[in-house]
Each structure stands twice: as structure tokens, then as C-alpha cells.
Design a protein around this ligand. Sequence first.
Ligand code: CAA
Ligand code: FAD
Length: 385
Amino acid sequence: DSVVNSLDVFTEEEQMLRESVQRFATEVVGPRVREMDEKESMDPSIIKGLFEQGLMGIETSSAHGGAECSFTSAIIAVEELAKIDPSVSVACDVHNTLVNTIFRTYGSDFQKDKYLPQLSESKLGCFCLSEPASGSDAFALQTRARKEGDHWIISGSKMWITNSYEAEIFLVFANVDPSKGYKGITCFIVEKEMGVEIAKKEQKLGIRASSTCTVNFDDVKVPAENLIGGEGLGYKIAINILNEGRIGIAAQMLGLAQGAFDKAVPYTFQRKQFGQAIGTFQGMQFQIAKAAVDIEAARLLTYNAARRKEEGKSFTQEAAMAKYFASQVAMSVAGSAIEWAGGVGFTRETGIEKYWRDSKIGAIYEGTSNIQLQTIAKQIQKQYS
Ligand code: CAA
Ligand code: FAD
């Protein structure tokens, strides 16, 4: 069990889910982590396993094949998976907190009935917003959609799309009327076989088992009924969903920090130098204690944001704070964990260095750390000016 785990605000159902994800992560994911990192690809059996465990429709209603659990449950699953492998964690996170949530929140009955069961049972989803020329400035996207009869024709190129290599369902943001600026952005459901082309697969510093590809849409014909949430509402859908999604990334970074801590700290009590366990030197004890404080603070920020969202309270600022802080903590704790294990921590064998490589992405995706700070700053200005 984790040394630091004092937050006790979970329902029985949430605790049971945590235990079952812990088992899956340790027994099924754990043995494959190093190989998947080295091969830079996700073992298909892991994605299959996530579906079989009921982790790909966590909040989806049972009528649509889901587990009908709380938002906090989704956050718990992402955290627990990240303790073992942040790549598997982000696959689950994007599928649940971005893709399923768009269907559940903005889908028509037809769209929910058609796609949610597939997304709960076997088909992986991805969220296509970023482009080569628009990352932080996401609403400047260049992908276009034009109406032709009872279809939309989508053309453009998306970049950095998580899960896209394995995905079958793509949520794509395209502008249907650039004269309206970002108020022309519209969200479409695109199935792989409608003509999606998976182009370059990135080779990355971390989360290497998670696929990240450029996805091209070359006049892809999409039925009119696959427009989701209304014409021109895509920008609102994207940012409203990202506000929630950022709590998921905070949970991923929290789990990562705890995973690195759990791996390195026991070693400090086994390893002896100068005739005593290195973990009993005050210089080490204080570093470890400070890391424990940071992890606990990240945990409180993350679950506070999740509960606020669940209770229908404002949570944009809290989500940005949680993601910003947990990303910083993940980087610092994973970096310290390597140092605590000395040379052993620097080798591939222990898996500690992987947490550090994986931690860097937290400050980049779903809005960089600067974008989180800008989001918080805007809320402060609203409050105080
Ligand atoms: N919540 C709700 N609404 C927001 C908002 C927020 N956090 N930020 C902006 N908006 C709304 C504004 O209210 C405004 O809408 P109205 O005109 O209807 O009032 C509109 O968005 C534009 O506002 P701004 O001019 O202030 O915003 P901007 O154009 O300068 O930037 C942004 C807006 C693109 C959302 C930017 O703040 C941002 O978050 N950029 C990062 C994009 C991002 O997170 N991408 C993630 C891609 S997915 C991903 O990364 C997944 C993964 O890796 C796993
Ligand atoms: P830029 O926007 O060019 O930013 C570069 C630097 O400039 C950053 O430090 C940034 O903070 C800073 N900067 C930019 N604007 C400002 C400003 N106004 N004020 C201060 N500083 C600023 N996107 C998707 O749509 N779907 C996905 O599934 C997805 N998965 C991803 C997975 C990975 C592994 C990666 C690397 C990216 C993924 N992304 C995804 C894209 C991701 O959201 C973007 O990379 C991110 O939003 C940053 O955009 P950018 O890379 O273009 O950087």
C-alpha cells in the first residue's frame, strides 16, 4: 500500500474500483511496462484488458454498456494505472474523460445509442483538436468542414493525437465557417473507415507506449448526423471537456509521483552506506518527507477539483491548479527518486528513470503549464478587478 494515502473521502464503490484497478495494473500491466516502453507500442492485450475490466466506460450508463460510476472513479482509475504505467493511464484517461464525456454530455440520443456501447466494449476513441500550427492557440485550427447534401466533407491535418494509432472513433474539431472565427468550430464523430489516414507516429521522450500520431483528413465524407453538439459549438465543447480532462492529467501525474516514490523509498531502507541505511540519513529523510508533502498536496488539489466538478460547483481554476501543481510534483519527485537510488536509479532495469521521462508530458499536454497559469490568472482577474 502507498505510504502516503491519507485522503479518506471515497465511497465503498470507489474504494472497490481502486483495489480492482490496482490488481489489474500490478498483475497485468506491470510485467509488460518495460517491453512496451522499449518497443514504443502498447500491447493490444492491455487495451483489450482495459475494456474487459470495465474501465473504458467508467461513467457511461449501464444501459449503454458502461459501469455507471462517478467522475471520481474515473480519476481513481487514471491515478492507479499511472502508478504502474503512465502510458496505459493516458489511454484510459483520454478515452473516458475526453471522448466518452463528449458523447455523454453533448451527444443526441441516436449518437449515444450508437457509439457509447462500442466505446464501452471494444472501440478506442481519440480527441483531435491540436494541429501543426495550433497547439496552445487551439481555436486557430485550420481543419475545415463543408456541407455537401446530407454529408460534411472534412479536410485538414491533426497532430499529436493520443490513441490515434489504435483508435476506431475520432472526435474531430473543424471550422465550418472561418468568417465567424472560433465560433465556426464544430465537433464531428468520424469513424476510421470513413477515410481517416494515420500518418507519422511520433518517437517520444516519455509515455512511449502511448501512441501519438498525425492524423490526416483528406475530404473525408461524414454523414450529417455525425455532427455533435451543434454547429459552432465545438470551441465550447473542446474547452469545457478540457477543463474536466485536466483533472484526469492531474491524477495521472499524481499516480506517477506516487509510483516513483513507492519504487525508490523502500530501496533507501535496504541500501547501506557508511554502515547505515541511506534512508536514515537526515539529508535523505528530509528530501523524502518533502516529496511526501508535495504528493499529498497534489492529491488534495486533484480530488478537490474532482469533487467540485461532481457537485456542480465551479472547478475551472481548481482543475488548472491541480494539473499545474501535480505536473510539477511529478517531475520533481520522479527526479529525486532517481537520485535516491543513485546509479541504480539511472539504469533502465529498475524502471525509476521511466517515471522521470514520463513526467515531462504533464507540463505540455491538455494545456501547457503556462496555459494553466493563464487560466488561473484570468479567474483571479475576474474575481479581483
Ligand atoms: N473554460 C471555459 N471557457 C473558456 C476557457 C475555460 N478554461 N478558456 C477560454 N474559454 C472561452 C471563453 O469564455 C471564450 O468564449 P466566449 O467567446 O463564448 O466567451 C473563448 O473560450 C475564447 O476565450 P479566450 O479568447 O480567452 O481564449 P484564447 O483563444 O486565448 O484561448 C484556449 C483559449 C484555446 C482554450 C486556451 O486557453 C487553451 O486552453 N489552450 C490549450 C489547448 C489545450 O488544452 N489543448 C489540449 C489538446 S487535447 C490533449 O492535449 C489531450 C492529451 O494530450 C492527452
Ligand atoms: P506551443 O503552443 O507552441 O507552446 C510552446 C511554448 O510556448 C510552451 O511553453 C507554451 O507554454 C508557450 N506559450 C504558448 N502560448 C503562450 C501564451 N499565450 N503565454 C505564455 N506562454 C505561451 N492534442 C490533441 O488535440 N489531442 C491529443 O490527444 C493530444 N495528445 C498529445 C500527446 C502528446 C504526447 C503531446 C506531446 C501532445 C498532445 N496533444 C494532443 C497536443 C498538446 O495539447 C499540445 O502539444 C499542447 O497544447 C501545446 O501545444 P504546442 O505543442 O503546439 O506548443
